[in-house]
Design a protein around this ligand. Structure first.
Ligand code: D5M
Ligand code: ZN
Ligand code: FE
Length: 492
């Protein structure tokens, strides 16, 4: 949505449904248009709807500056700034816990990092994503690469991208590999295919024409993607889930006062706050020690256990009926290689029983809603490797992960990956909600029925971020109502 419009809505403690938001965003000056609607409405509604806008346009016709009505083709997406209708809310303390872990490496890690571990890992990735690709209409009749190389008609095959290179003329060649052979796949510059770059180690489907020289000219690159037509599950409990990330307790730049404001709100007599039954913490819950050079200069708590103790104290101040789900990130006290197991017992024992510890990534359900939580380290690789990606727009990289059905496709980049027997970084089942953090920017959107949330941070701009021009949007909490599937972002 229009950023200034979002800000203006937030400043009024407000709220617009998707159609109204899109309608306003299309006017030449959305903020002015919003102000005019509010002025004519008299009092600010909880949720500004299209009906509200139409009602103030009345017989006098549209207020100048407002674009003609455009029927929204956007499905009921989550729109930042839209708290749920009151009747959708229930008191969380009256609702029993319903949480179960579906997929998590904790206690199941087997890899030792040997060469055979690596070949087994990549074979598993190829197999798992290959299985998803084989259901695609475009790949019916796909053959293995050894066979494809002997054919002269149009070929279809599935493989892992072993290499991406640019020719002297500026075209692109992918080396695509399966267990039988490797094929060079040619993508001409200036084509639509060229504008949708392929990452190293992605698993893709190729539809193309072999040339006499042994190249395959790509006609289509097929991604496993998310199937169309997904809908949010039906949940009878009107409870909410709040998402936070990157608390970085122990850092000088930890935003303690904002966190306190969040805690106060959670304990306040607010219908939305009272509906929050779960708090998901998507990693980097403390700043850690020795994570980057000279980190000690930026710490207020220079002992990692003391950092977790402080976090435990902060979480204990949340209402008793709020269950907290904590996954680790790259600053936390577990192995950095992904998938990361849950924080160790000696850390867990510092917390009360309302706090549950899971691995990174972790797929779990809350009241039947499938949630995929991932700290998001691989966003560093996406921003580095994919033109158009930015630290300020994590949602874009999350969409790219969903299209590729993999959380961290690039091996050997900034994201350390452990070669486990099963590649659980593969998004095998499409989640209803996909949450990440890491880049300290808030975001909420929807892609083919999957709600995507980036959970902001509780750390102001660090020295590193200042040097790299990364502008965080901290102290914002995306909150999702499980009954309506709608979310909004609350700023503290
Ligand atoms: O990372 C917070 C943000 O800062 C995220 O956008 C990555 C960026 N960052 C911070 N440190 C580094 C290094 N050393 N390399 C690359 N990118 C970095 P967080 O992990 O939460 O501190
Ligand atoms: Zn962080
Ligand atoms: Fe991080």
């Amino acid at each position: 949505m229009h950023e200034r419009l979002l800000d203006a809505l937030a400043k009024r403690g407000a709220l617009a449904d998707p159609a109204a938001a899109e309608y306003l965003a299309r006017s030449p000056d959305p903020v002015e248009a919003l102000d005019r609607v509010f002025a004519r409405l008299g009092n600010t509604p909880l949720v500004l709807t299209m009906e509200d806008i139409l009602s103030v346009q009345g017989a006098r016709g549209p207020p100048t500056g407002l674009a003609p009505v455009v029927r929204s083709v956007v499905p009921a997406v989550i729109v930042a700034g839209v708290p749920p209708k009151l009747r959708a809310l229930e008191r969380a303390k009256d609702v029993a816990e319903d949480f179960s872990v579906l997929r998590d490496i904790t206690g199941k890690s087997t890899c030792e990092g040997t060469l055979s571990d690596f070949s087994r890992y990549f074979a598993n990735r190829l197999e798992a994503i290959g299985r998803l690709l084989r259901t695609r209409r475009e790949l019916v009749g796909a053959v293995d690469i050894a066979r494809a190389r002997r054919l002269t008609r149009e070929v279809r095959f599935i493989g892992m991208v072993a290499d991406v290179r640019t020719t002297r003329k500026g075209d692109r060649v992918l080396e695509v590999e399966d267990a039988t052979d490797t094929a060079p796949v040619f993508i001409a510059q200036g084509t639509d295919l060229f504008r949708d770059p392929v990452l190293p180690d992605e698993v893709i489907g190729v539809v193309g024409r072999p040339t006499e020289k042994g190249l395959v000219i790509a006609e289509q690159i097929v991604r496993p993607d998310v199937p169309n037509g997904r809908t949010f599950p039906t949940v009878k409990e009107g409870i909410s889930v709040a998402f936070v990330s990157d608390i970085h307790v122990g850092s000088r730049t930890f935003l303690g006062e904002n966190w306190e404001a969040f805690t106060r709100w959670m304990n306040a007599d607010d219908p939305v706050a009272k509906s929050v039954r779960y708090l998901v913490c998507a990693g980097d819950v403390v700043d850690g020690i020795g994570v980057y050079p000279r980190q000690e200069e930026e710490l207020t708590i220079d002992d990692v256990y003391a950092q977790y103790e402080e976090l435990a104290r902060l979480l204990a101040a949340m209402p008793d009926h709020v269950n907290v789900i904590v996954l680790p990130g790259n600053h936390d006290a577990v192995r950095p290689a992904e998938p990361q197991p849950a924080l160790p017992q000696n850390v867990q024992k510092l917390f009360d029983s309302n706090t549950k510890f899971v691995g990174n990534p972790c797929a779990f359900t809350l009241h039947g809603v499938r949630i995929l939580a991932y700290h998001g380290r691989s966003m560093d690789d996406f921003v580095y490797s994919l033109p158009g990606m930015s630290y300020a727009r994590p949602i874009d990289t999350m969409r790219e992960m969903l299209r590729r059905r993999h959380l961290a496709p690039v091996y050997g980049g900034k994201t350390p990956i452990a070669p486990e027997a099963e590649d659980i970084l593969v998004i095998d089942e499409v989640p209803d909600v996909f949450v990440a953090g890491h880049v300290h920017a808030v975001g909420m959107d929807e892609y083919k029925g999957v709600k995507m949330i980036n959970a902001s941070a509780w750390q102001s701009q660090t020295v590193y971020q200042k040097m790299h021009n990364i502008e965080p949007t901290p102290a914002r909490v995306p909150i999702l109502n499980l009954r309506t599937g709608r979310g909004f972002i609350k700023e503290f």
